[in-house]
Design a protein around this ligand. Structure first.
Ligand SMILES: [Mn+2]
Length: 335
């Protein structure tokens, strides 16, 4: 083959698929879908796990990636940019739009309330489900070929029922199991297992561990509530400026959503639950279906999420934990 042969050029073309995804089960199941996509191979995909904000925040990570792309200016590389279950800010979207010609394809799939602004006609590559489907279900729909859709539909539906907290869904129990296995295996191992077998949770080894980790979760949730709310009630409840009752907990287990659900069940007068997550330095909020819109609160503090589950960065984590948190946090309001 000569150097000018078009075939030669084609052979030298490398494809790089960069995927930014959220750090939860939905984000991991999205990676599984991207690994089993119709238009690129698994080897071409590099994924990065992102949060809404902070040093691992989506905007910082995407910004670094775009900087690198501009600095390197590689030839014969076809770039595909993907985001699943998380979306960048308006500023980052504007930058992506300016760099559009750098990419063979750009696909952003999100269902969070905080990026609702990007839905509709704003950007042709930003797809928002309006929370009618989670990130993994959107990724399943868009990435996986028609022939293989059936193989992955169970994983997509169960992740959807878990992630969007559809409590009465027939896929909900499986979704709970997937989340337990996700926490047990960790993000990369979960992705490996389920990319090879999207029904891995039905295998005997997983069925063996599930009852044990399920019991562990229940125990952890109970212990957390007993320790923090039943014994030291005086500092654990407060009213925000809008007069809503808040239960404040330190997240002392991996099951913030389940603990939040149990608190809202055990304490019917509590309007929403606030968790301090020390390691990522965030405050995570949970409320009931059709209850307080916690995404609105989180957005005011530079975070985001859904109406029933949202979070924001805690800048003064040390002060918030050491001082009486209620005093520190009474700025939570709805103005
Ligand atoms: Mn999600």
């Amino acid at each position: 083959m000569t150097e000018n042969s078009p075939l030669c050029t084609k052979e030298e073309l490398t494809r790089r698929v960069q995927l930014f995804t959220h750090s939860d089960l939905d984000g991991a199941a999205s990676v599984v879908m991207a690994f089993n996509a119709e238009h690129w191979s698994r080897d071409e995909v590099t994924y990065e796990i992102c949060q809404y904000s902070g040093p691992k925040g989506i905007d910082i990570r995407v910004g670094e990636y775009l900087d690198k792309l501009e600095a390197e200016k590689e030839e014969n590389v076809e770039h595909i940019l993907l985001m699943t279950d998380i979306g960048p800010s308006k500023e980052t979207c504007a930058r992506i739009e300016q760099m559009e010609e750098w990419f063979e394809e750009i696909i952003i799939l999100d269902h969070h309330k905080s990026t609702l602004w990007a839905g509709g006609e704003k950007y042709p590559w930003f797809h928002h489900s309006g929370n009618s489907a989670c990130g993994a279900k959107m990724a399943w729909n868009r990435f996986v070929s028609a022939d293989e859709k059936k193989q992955f539909v169970g994983l997509a539906k169960a992740t959807d029922a878990y992630d969007r907290w559809v409590l009465d869904s027939e896929n909900r129990e499986r979704g709970e199991n997937l989340n337990l296995l996700f926490k047990f295996l960790g993000f990369p191992k979960f992705v490996d297992e389920f990319s090879q077998n999207p029904d891995a949770d039905f295998e005997s080894n997983m069925q063996f561990v599930l009852p044990v980790i399920r019991a562990g979760q229940k125990r952890a949730v109970r212990r957390s509530i007993e320790l923090q709310l039943n014994n030291s009630a005086k500092d654990s409840f407060f009213f925000d400026k809008a007069g809503r009752k808040v239960a404040l907990l330190i997240a002392d287990n991996d099951y913030v959503s389940q603990t939040g659900e149990q608190v809202l069940k055990d304490f019917p007068d509590v309007d929403y639950v606030a968790f301090i997550l020390a390691a990522p330095g965030i405050m995570s909020l949970r409320s009931r279906n059709n209850g307080v819109d916690v995404a609105q609160i989180a957005e005011k503090f530079g975070g985001g999420g859904h109406s029933g589950a949202a979070g924001f960065p805690l800048e003064e984590l040390r002060a918030a934990v050491l001082a009486v948190p209620a005093a520190k946090l009474d700025k939570l309001d709805d103005e």
